[in-house]
Design a protein around this ligand. Structure first.
Ligand SMILES: *Cc1c(COP(=O)(O)O)cnc(C)c1O
Length: 354
């Protein structure tokens, strides 16, 4: 703005923030594999619940999301006061930082990981401490523990990690927790938990029961296919949950989102059947690409990670030429969502026929 026009002065921390880059929209007729969305449309029972709720849109939603908390309580066998719900679990990422960190405090997380972490850290005016992934694109939780200082207030562990798809083991998280002071919050961000089939992967809910400083974040956006309605939740000790609830936007979960989430939990078996189909597709893509010479890193979410490094732009262009919109991390790699069979065939084709 160099035309002499004066605009309000932004906080330096906000001016310095990166802009969140959402997955790109696909070209017309193209395949959008850039946002890890569920490729299957909503179930009729969920659409019906949303339509019914739409009749009440002149009313505010239940601010306490009471019915949804009861459904979650039944779903995961924790009392309702162990849950906070919000407008997507991305909101809870921000609420977690707002609850425990202020300027001068440190937020520790691995990198590359979920792009919201640096943003919410910056908004809080806290300092980000980024710990590099290992050569297999996994989080090194020993190194994360080494990075903890007296200024550390919160640690994010993203499993499966977005964008690399790798999980952390239960033993590794227990090791981290044994080294972290008990008044430091450890957030296990599990947006893709339902897609995990590695038996070594962390059983995060078990850790919530044994550690007051562990909070798990989950979402209805990915496995449950409600990305457009925005609803996610946290599970943790009521003392932490109370903080998350205080920092949330009042009435942040719409009537439609609350009802859709309840209907989705009621249709859990059907929805998890779709998840298992996507898992089979992931295995198929992994085998085909591995046979073609690509290295994959034991993908455990609904996407694959290509560690393309300096080749990222050229491989990205090859995907674009095949009508596939993926998520590029310049100079680092490419994340591509697993979708329905046709889309996955197109992906395999684009990466195997040079
Ligand atoms: C998608 C995602 C979320 C949150 O998604 P919402 O749609 O906001 O619920 C949180 N964490 C990670 C790592 C994600 O990939």
């Amino acid at each position: 703005m160099d035309d002499g026009e004066v605009t309000p002065r932004l906080r330096q921390a906000i001016s310095d923030l990166p802009v969140y880059r959402a997955g790109r929209q696909a070209a017309p007729g193209g395949l959008k594999l850039s946002s890890n969305e569920n490729p299957y449309g909503p179930l009729p029972s969920v659409v019906e619940a949303v339509s019914r709720a739409a009749e009440q849109m002149n009313r505010y939603p239940d601010p306490g999301s009471t019915a949804l908390l009861a459904a979650l309580s039944e779903h995961l066998d924790f009392p309702p006061e162990w849950f906070a719900v919000a407008c997507g679990s991305v909101a809870l990422v921000g609420q977690a930082v707002a609850t425990v960190a202020e300027p001068g405090d440190e937020v520790v997380y691995s990198w590359p990981s979920f792009e919201s972490y640096p943003i919410v850290t910056g908004i809080a005016g806290a300092d980000a401490v980024q710990v590099p992934l290992d050569a297999q694109y996994r989080q090194d939780l020993e190194a994360v523990a080494d990075a903890v200082t007296p200024a550390t207030r919160i640690i994010f562990v993203c499993t499966p990690n977005n964008p690399t798809g790798t999980t952390v083991t239960h033993a590794a998280v227990e090791g981290l927790l044994s080294r972290v002071p008990q008044d430091v919050l450890v957030v296990i961000d599990e947006a893709y938990a339902e897609f995990v089939d590695d038996p070594e992967a962390v059983d995060s809910l078990r850790l919530v029961r044994s550690h007051t400083n562990v909070v798990v974040l989950r979402t209805f956006s990915k496995a449950y296919g409600l990305a457009g309605l925005r609803v996610g939740y946290a599970v943790g000790h009521p003392a932490v949950i109370a903080g998350l609830r205080k920092t949330g936007l009042p009435f942040g979960v719409s009537i439609l989102a609350q009802e859709a989430a309840i209907a989705s939990l009621a249709a859990k078996a059907e929805l998890l059947d779709r998840v298992s189909r996507l898992r089979d597709e992931r295995t198929r893509v992994e085998s085909a690409l591995t046979a073609a010479g690509w290295t994959l890193y034991h993908p455990q979410a609904n996407f694959i990670w290509l560690g393309t490094g300096a080749e990222t732009a050229s491989v990205g262009q090859r995907l674009i030429n095949s009508g596939i919109t993926a998520r590029e991390f310049p100079g680092v790699g490419i994340r591509v969502s697993i979708a329905d069979t046709d889309a996955n065939d197109a992906l395999i084709d684009a990466l195997t026929n040079l």
